[in-house]
Design a binder for this molecule. Structure first.
Ligand SMILES: Nc1ncnc2c1ncn2[C@@H]1O[C@H](COP(=O)(O)O)[C@@H](O)[C@H]1O
Length: 192
């Protein structure tokens, strides 16, 4: 599979037209997270971005996709077979990639997107974040994750990453591989 054809497209300061969003598939989280996901989706549509995401019709994933689509974004869903079997594929997708497992799904999202934004999420979101960061640390690509730190959601993880560095478990400064946006304005400034 030729999955790293566009691996080095993103450099700081370049336009980021395709934005991957990693976020919760849960329908039972606090409304503030839904509001912030929708705000980001709407901005993506208004700024003619592509949304690249997991293509499920649940949780923040569906919220960000619906808001993006309503405002004119194009939507690329990368859908693993298990989600299709369960009938959990969003009907908002303009382009669909079908994958046989989660590993391929992560590779394709990384290949297709210029940058990744991590909204609040669970282990699926963490898996996607660390897939990107681990690949960057050993030089497979130079794309970054932006943690959208809604209501300080990522503070615990960011502290943990700092602790790893302090104890010399990181081979190079980990903040080479991610950025943090504490507000919507900080996030859009990074994405422009
Ligand atoms: N079962 C799943 N349904 C939808 N999306 C999933 C699933 N497992 C992993 N993903 C990806 O990870 C996040 C959502 O998982 P959370 O555990 O809710 O954070 C999302 O970005 C999907 O691409």
């Amino acid at each position: 599979m030729q999955i790293f054809a566009k691996q080095n497209r993103f450099r700081r300061g370049e336009d980021m037209d395709k934005i991957a969003i990693f976020c919760s598939a849960s329908d039972h989280i606090a409304p503030v997270y839904v509001e912030k996901a929708r705000e980001l989706g709407a901005w993506m549509g208004q700024n003619r971005k592509w949304l690249v995401y997991g293509g499920s019709d649940t949780g923040l994933m569906e919220e960000v996709a619906r808001a993006a689509k309503e405002q004119g974004a194009m939507i690329m869903g990368v859908v693993p077979d298990k989600l299709e079997e369960r009938g959990r594929v969003s009907n908002l997708l303009d382009v669909t990639f079908h994958t046989v497992n989660l590993s391929d799904r992560k590779d394709i999202m990384l290949q297709e997107a210029d940058v990744m934004v991590a909204l609040p999420g669970g282990v699926g979101t963490l898996d996607e974040v660390f897939h990107v960061m681990a690949g960057a640390t050993i030089g497979y690509h130079s794309k970054q994750v932006i943690f959208y730190n809604v209501e300080g959601f990522w503070n615990g993880l960011l502290d943990f990453l700092s602790g790893l560095e302090a104890a010399n478990f990181a081979h190079r400064p980990l903040n080479n591989f991610y950025q943090v946006a504490n507000t919507f304005e900080e996030l859009t400034a990074l994405l422009k």
